[in-house]
Design a protein around this ligand. Sequence first.
Ligand code: SAH
Length: 225
Amino acid sequence: MRFDIISVLPDLLDSPFAHSILQRAQKKGIAEIMVHNLRDYSTNKQKSVDDYPYGGGSGMVMSIPPFARCIEALQAEREYDEVIFMSPDGVTFNQTIANELSGKGNVIILCGHYKGIDQRIRDLFVTREISIGDYVLSGGELPAAVLVDAIVRLIPGVLNDETSALSDSFQGELLDAPVYTRPADWNGHKVPDVLLSGHELKINEWRHEQALLRTQQRRPDLLED
Ligand code: SAH
């Protein structure tokens, strides 16, 4: 899967993709993540990418030409399945959307800033608008990193143990069960006996019970669905 992220602050995206599972996915050649500096597609001397809003009001608006140039240059090289705009008024991201997107091939992601991007970019180029939650961040870079992380770990071959992703919260209707590691006894606080029993069936039963309990207590809405 290939991601082309268009951003005015590409440096912000250096670190999230340079470690751990995301780094491994790229080394294995399973995911390719390219970050494009929007300013490189600005044609004026100041390399500006924004302008005052028509109608007045506070905040700058990101203008069409740099985005259009960058998107068109990418689309001239390959077919894209989606052009996603990260936006607080988009569809709220969840595991179902992550699963769906993990089956795609090439995806462009636009990161907004300031007051947002000219509505015509959204009307003409964007196929999908995604929010990472009901709060407003200063830019689309962190949301893009959240999106790419959640998607990439679902692509077959990325996680060493595929079954791990399947038992994660939201992958089914249940939250994940509690997990423990050594020491078995820490200052009198013990790991549940069943986990030390070596009895696989009983352990699976216990985990399922715990996952159910946790879901009932914390997210009963998931069980209603
Ligand atoms: N005026 C806009 C917010 C702009 S915030 C509004 O009220 O809807 C600047 C940029 O940050 C946005 O264009 C978007 O790309 C990004 N952003 C902020 N919060 C986000 C969120 N919750 N999910 C996804 N992107 C977000």
